[in-house]
Design a protein around this ligand. Structure first.
Ligand SMILES: [Zn+2]
Length: 242
């Protein structure tokens, strides 16, 4: 599955999450199968993915609620992004990490909460980046609350949060086409008709007529908003907080 992940360093509660997982893994037929697979693929045996569906649901529901509260008047691009991507494809939160040595506790720096935003077979790459960008803003604004009210009750503790903002790119609204990713000088896409300094989701062609898509490409080719070259993101969340 492709897409982009928003990744947070965490520690899983050993007694509550990891121990039951390891015990279940080592019992019965599953245990036999696991030791057989571990002999075949030694490296894969060191990584663990804990079941985290309830945490995933709660985290993503809370994230969606925050967007609604933050953007009471969503722009056309925001509405398109939410309805075609976030509510339809969206993401999943998974707790993944390194299997501790026998008798050892899970180690900081080896466990992460991955919020994986699907890219629908490569056709929603830009939307999955916007989703990561918005989740990063959500996390930075609310990390204490999210840690206390959502992660901790599920036995997951944020650890060593990285303070530097994650970079997923600069975005700008393209009305009903959602958000486009800005491609800075040197990163443009070369086409026979000239360089493109933006990228849109591939699936837009499925949603709109070829004429409409060609029209938007023509209008953007003459230039993207100048603030982007100054490093300013023009997504609605960034624009309204600037
Ligand atoms: Zn932004």
């Amino acid at each position: 599955m492709g897409g982009n992940d928003y990744i947070l360093p965490v520690l899983p509660d050993y007694n509550r999450l990891l121990l039951p997982y390891l015990e279940a893994e080592n019992s019965g037929l599953a245990g036999l199968l696991k030791s057989f697979m571990a002999r075949l693929f030694p490296s894969s045996a060191s990584l663990i993915e804990l079941p985290s569906a309830p945490l995933s649901n709660e985290l993503l529901t809370s994230f969606r609620g925050w967007i609604n509260a933050k953007l009471p008047s969503p722009s056309m691009a925001t509405t398109a992004f939410i309805s075609t991507y976030l509510d339809d494809i969206g993401g999943e939160a998974l707790v993944k990490g390194q299997r501790p040595e026998p008798g050892q506790m899970p180690q900081a720096g080896q466990w992460f909460l991955h919020v994986s935003f699907e890219d629908a077979g490569g056709t929603a790459e830009i939307s999955s980046l916007v989703a990561c960008h918005w989740m990063d803003i959500w996390w930075r604004e609310n990390k204490t609350k999210i840690g206390r009210e959502i992660l901790a009750p599920h036995g997951v503790w944020p650890s060593d949060p990285d303070e530097s903002p994650a970079r997923y790119g600069l975005f700008f609204p393209v009305d009903k086409f959602g958000y486009a990713l800005y491609l800075p000088p040197g990163k443009e896409i070369k086409t026979p008709e000239g360089n493109l300094s933006f990228m849109l989701d591939g699936w837009l062609e499925d949603y709109h007529s070829p004429e409409e898509t060609a029209e938007i490409h023509r209008s953007l080719k003459s230039g993207v908003p100048v603030q982007l070259s100054e490093g300013k993101c023009l997504c609605q969340l960034c624009a309204e907080s600037a």
